[in-house]
Design a protein around this ligand. Structure first.
Ligand SMILES: [Zn+2]
Length: 329
């Protein structure tokens, strides 16, 4: 009997890169992280990627000849069809890095290349919160707001590799906040951890010293989104910030529901530590904002794969490429 194929996924982030071997059912057999150290330059970065892949394979007790395909996910900007990272803000000073060609030249197996947020969405779609669904939208809530869309086993890359930039959907037109991207009124400017902190600091400036968060500011000179969420149960100002965050995410979600009408919308990233009550508030506002049928039927859930979603999804992209090539052979 022919053994079922194995894949390697590599998720390159601004601080670490994580790789793992994943079996044909989406089960990880190993995982390993190395520091990205982008500042050392892109030649070093490409070598580090290959080293992380090799270590993931040896950690699974396998040989490289047992790998059927590889998938690599990186932050943008990028040209996905060309397999090239262009000018990535999180991987400074890398420019025009031919990632797919390099990895393919070294390992000589089919190699897929994908945006990291898209890969995370594909991982959740394959074996995470979106398993069994036909269409899924993913929001990743961290320092920024990432996005991914999968419809019928196809990752929506867009014509110019800028599909599913859900964090930069405009949600505020009058008096908009500035986003980390430099533009105005993006969802990320409101609902990312950074956006939550900025809105909190503005609210504290308007507040006459009643909020318990003044003491946090006084003690540490700064405040985190986690502290705001933790204070929400007993602090009126914090509760309003959290409620507004749920509302902004519901605005973004409703816009996506009215665009593609997905089976499921999934939230991932550090901020989902806020727990079930936060998800309930997003669901509540979606019910107010959306058409009745999608409001009743679209599922809204938290992600299940945590920080493994990226490499599992990257492996899934490798698997998809492998299956396509097998079908054509
Ligand atoms: Zn933006």
């Amino acid at each position: 009997m022919k053994s079922s194929p194995l894949f390697v996924g590599l998720d390159v982030g601004g601080t670490t890169m994580k790789a793992g071997v994943v079996d044909n059912n989406g089960q990880p057999l190993s995982s390993i992280s190395l520091p990205t150290e982008a500042y050392k330059g892109q030649e070093n970065g490409l070598e580090r990627m290959c080293e992380t892949i090799r270590l993931a394979v040896s950690k699974a007790g396998l040989g490289l000849d047992q790998v059927a395909a590889i998938g690599v996910a990186t932050p943008g900007t990028m040209d996905i069809p060309a397999g090239v990272i262009l000018d990535p803000p999180n991987l400074n000073p890398w420019r025009n890095v031919p990632v797919r060609r390099h990895v393919h030249d070294i390992f000589k197996v089919p190699t897929a290349f994908q945006n990291d947020a898209n890969a995370a969405a594909y991982g959740e779609y394959w074996v995470g919160a979106g398993k069994g669904s036909r269409s899924m939208v993913l929001y990743t809530l961290g320092t920024g707001v990432g996005g991914g869309i999968v419809i019928g086993d196809m990752v929506l890359e867009g014509e110019h590799s800028h599909g599913a930039e859900l964090g930069h959907m405009k949600i505020e037109i009058t008096n908009p906040r500035q986003c980390g991207c430099g533009r105005w009124g993006c969802l990320e400017a409101y609902a990312s951890a950074t956006g939550v902190v900025k809105r909190t600091l503005d609210a504290l400036n308007q507040d006459e010293g009643k909020s318990s968060l003044h003491a946090v500011m006084k003690k540490y000179g700064e405040i985190t989104a986690k502290e705001v969420f933790d204070a929400a149960a007993s602090d009126v100002l914090a509760a309003k910030i959290v409620e507004d965050t749920a509302f902004y995410l519901a605005v973004g979600t409703t816009n996506m529901m009215h665009t593609i009408d997905p089976d499921i919308v999934v939230f991932a990233g550090g901020m989902i530590a806020a727990g079930e009550f936060f998800l309930e508030r997003i669901r509540y506002h979606v019910k107010q904002l959306a058409f009745p049928v999608p409001a009743a039927k679209t599922q809204i859930r938290y992600a299940l794969l945590g920080s493994d979603a990226g490499f599992i999804g990257a492996a899934a992209c490798g698997r998809q490429l492998h299956n396509k090539q097998a079908a054509c052979a």
